[in-house]
Design a protein around this ligand. Structure first.
Ligand code: IP8
Length: 249
């Protein structure tokens, strides 16, 4: 059975300008897409932080680089992400999708070098039993740093390679990878295809800027599609909205 990993950007399912506010119409469209994918095969959903995770992380000075040992702060970030995860799960349940949570704080960790270790037994078994696992960007234990932020994009890369996904979709508010003229680049097969637009391969944006994202997706065996909310229907239909990134693996 084919497996799709779909990331719903925080800007798609939340109102980024209002603290802890779900974007109901964005979430409803995303839920329709997940329901259609779940009918056709297996799907793992990952959602970002949007107006739930990011301001709590900033308040506590936590990023993917800067860690904290402040337990209350770690719990505050994780609790906010669990509230958003609950809202996503509730919306999926209302639509009849058998979705279950996988909370990264309790499932994985980061090594000292920042690499993510994400055991997949829970996600894999849920899939085998016909459930739809829903993960989310989170705060996560990080060797030598206390806890740092793991972005949904990093989770997508681990899940897609570890579960040998057939397709990957990243839906955010950008319509794809844009060239220097602001047009969507339809296909990237090597970093050089987009290096000018992405500002080079040594981007210092470690929190998941587009350059870092493209590099990670190029390492995957599966094609990865980056598209905006208007591309969800096409992605579900097996088409190629936005930019498709095909590595050589
Ligand atoms: O929105 C970040 O996940 P992202 C999650 O996928 C938190 O980068 C807790 C800020």
């Amino acid at each position: 059975m084919s497996l799709v990993v779909l990331k719903l950007g925080g800007s798609v399912v939340t109102d980024k300008d209002e603290a802890e506010t779900v974007d109901e119409s964005g979430l409803a469209a995303a839920v329709d897409a997940v329901a259609a994918l779940a009918e056709a095969g297996q799907v793992v959903v990952v959602h970002g932080g949007g107006s739930f995770g990011h301001h709590h992380a900033a308040d506590h000075g936590v990023s993917s680089e800067s860690g904290t040992h402040d337990v209350a702060g770690i719990r505050e970030i994780n609790d906010a992400m669990k509230r958003l995860n609950d809202a996503v799960l509730d919306a999926l349940a209302e639509r009849g999708v058998p979705a279950l949570p996988v909370h990264p704080l309790s499932a994985g960790a980061r090594e000292e070098d920042g690499s993510l270790s994400l055991p997949l037994a829970a996600t894999e078994t849920m899939l085998g039993e016909g459930f739809v696992p829903v993960l989310h960007g989170d705060v996560i234990a990080h060797a030598g740093k206390g806890a740092t932020i793991v972005s949904g994009d990093d989770l997508v890369v681990s899940l897609a390679s570890g579960l040998d996904a057939d397709r990957v979709g990243l839906c955010s508010t950008v319509p794809g990878v844009l060239d220097t003229a602001g047009d969507v680049i339809p296909e990237i097969t090597a970093f050089g295809d987009a290096a000018d637009a992405l500002g080079g391969s040594d981007s210092t944006d470690v929190t998941g800027g587009m350059a870092a994202k493209v590099q990670k997706l190029l390492a995957l065996g599966a094609p990865a599609h980056i598209f905006g909310p208007e591309g969800l229907g096409e992605f579900v239909a097996g088409e190629s909205p936005g930019t498709v990134i095909r590595g050589s693996n």
